[in-house]
Design a protein around this ligand. Structure first.
Ligand code: B12
Ligand code: NAG
Ligand code: NAG
Length: 418
């Protein structure tokens, strides 16, 4: 589901820190609350964010927690990736529930056991292939969850993550570096008493390097670090690492106002940025005061903004291109959709006109519908291929159910690797 746009808000700057205006926070909470029990599949990031915001007592949260537990017992031993297991672990920890004993549908599952197993597999794969089985983003989530849970072993994974962050050849996205920074900050703190001096030195180096790079990027980006959707995680990282970039100071009011001027509509985007706006980070997931948690005011409005039926039609050019695997192709068509339509409408119109070349399939994910196959050619996690979306030659910053093409725009879906 999408949430109604937030109204533009003013920012209150306070000495020694920043606070987001109450109205903006309330609207974000209402969005999360509204999507808590409606999103399919259940989204652990939303429960985590609501708990961190102290809003974990609502009925939506209870229902979401229950759905997550049911999904965990069904899928954890079967087909959950390391990062999914990690997000579930964080969501449970933030609900003051033990990940080691998740009970639902008459079954019990030890999420920590599976998280440890999948993380060890990531590390083994990385040692041989120079890349994790999934992604460095998920490896960051793994280290973070194992570290916060407190009994898992993640030292080797943390070292590999730190080395990747520090490697000059690394092309890691802001999102990935932010997640790695949260993870390595946790590890740095937890290993303090254990005499891992050399390891801690490496972790400190990685955290300090990324945090300083984020401060530079924020200055260059007028408050944004990466794009608007990576800035939330980067703000969490900067919130958690003040001691690492001291005596340098973070201009948090510049970053907050950049974020607050954007109209977030995707619950997952809000779930990543809201903790930072409240001075919290994923590192706080294990320290939530569940007894004190309050509830959110009921959702006042809602509903998607869809293209008006009476909207004039626009023309969108659309190409599907594979120059990577098997038989190469590049088919282009043009479709007419109401102005204000999301890209999904373009793909549907193209498929209707010419199902032979423009058929496609999607999968529901935490960010909405993801294109997983076009013209019979499917994305593959083993092969690390995906359908990249572009406008002209620029990669889109949103997916098919959020991005709205303009008249005469040329959209390309190009089969690519990551
Ligand atoms: C890794 C990653 C990818 C990988 C996923 C590979 C894999 N199998 O693991 C690949 C390279 C395929 C990818 C693709 C895209 N991505 Co991406 N991705 C991420 C990243 C860094 C981490 C996601 C993750 O692993 N989460 C942890 C796991 C455990 O949670 P999960 O819910 O199971 O994650 C799944 C979804 O996130 C999904 N996914 C990943 N990206 C996207 C994007 C969209 C639009 C959708 C619907 C789903 C989706 O793949 C994940 C693994 O299955 C996030 C960063 C972030 N801040 O969240 C960006 C992010 C989610 N991606 C983003 C974008 C824009 C895209 C693309 C649209 C880019 C493009 N121009 O083509 C495409 C999707 C196009 C399509 N086919 O529909 C944006 C979404 C912003 C938004 N408002 O929608 C983010 C936030 C990055 C950013 N800051 O711009 N992505
Ligand atoms: C923070 O950034 C804002 C906006 O760029 C600027 O006006 C302000 O002077 C900066 N504050 C500090 C303390 O540097
Ligand atoms: C595919 O074909 C279209 C139309 O001829 C062209 O504009 C586009 O650049 C091509 N794309 C690629 C990646 O070759």
């Amino acid at each position: 589901m999408l949430c109604a746009a937030l109204s533009v808000v003013a920012l209150l700057g306070l000495a020694g820190g920043c606070t987001a205006p109450h109205d903006a926070v309330t609207q974000m909470l209402q969005c999360l609350e509204g999507s808590a029990d409606t999103d399919e599949p259940p989204n652990p990031s939303i429960l985590l964010a609501l708990n961190l915001a102290g809003a974990g007592k609502s009925s939506g949260c209870k229902q979401l927690l229950q759905e997550l537990k049911e999904t965990a017992v069904k899928r954890a031993p079967k087909d959950m990736t390391s990062g999914e297991l990690a997000l579930y672990t964080l969501a449970l920890l933030s609900s003051c529930q033990s990940p080691q004993q998740v009970e639902a549908l008459g079954h019990t599952v030890d999420l920590l056991h599976w998280l440890q197993k999948r993380t060890d597999e990531e590390v083994a794969y990385l040692e041989v292939e120079d890349t994790p089985q999934t992604t460095f983003y998920q490896l960051g989530l793994d280290v973070l969850a194992l570290c916060l849970e407190g009994t898992g072993s993640y030292e080797v994974a943390a070292v590999m993550l730190a080395k990747e962050v520090l490697s000059p050849r690394n092309g890691l996205s802001v999102d990935t570096r932010a997640m790695a920074t949260l993870a390595l900050t946790c590890a740095h703190g937890q290993l303090a008493t254990a005499g891992f001096d050399e390891l801690r030195e490496l972790l400190r180096d990685a955290v300090t390097t990324t945090a300083n790079a984020f401060l530079d990027e924020q200055e260059q980006g007028n408050g944004l670090i990466g794009n608007i959707y990576s800035t939330g995680l980067a703000l969490q990282a900067l919130t958690a690492t003040a001691e690492f970039y001291a005596p340098r100071e973070w201009n948090c009011s510049q970053a907050f106002s950049a974020v607050l001027h954007h109209h977030f509509q995707q619950p997952t985007a809000i779930a990543q940025v809201l903790p930072a706006l409240l001075g919290q980070t994923y590192l706080d997931a294990a320290g939530v005061d569940c007894a004190a948690a309050g509830t959110v005011q009921p959702l006042a409005q809602g509903g998607k903004d869809r293209a008006d039926q009476a909207s004039p039609l626009i023309t969108v050019y659309y190409s599907v291109v594979n120059k990577l695997r098997g038989a190469h192709f590049n088919y282009t068509t043009q479709v007419h959709v109401p102005a204000g339509s999301v890209l999904l409408a373009v793909l549907q119109a193209a498929q209707e006109q010419d199902p032979t070349h423009f058929s496609f399939q999607t999968k529901a994910t935490s960010w909405g519908a993801m294109v997983v196959s076009i013209n019979g050619l499917a994305a593959s996690t083993t092969d690390k291929t995906y359908w990249q979306l572009l406008s002209g030659s620029n990669a889109l910053e949103q997916g098919i159910d959020a991005y709205k093409p303009q008249d005469e725009e040329h959209i390309q879906a190009i089969y690519s690797t990551y």
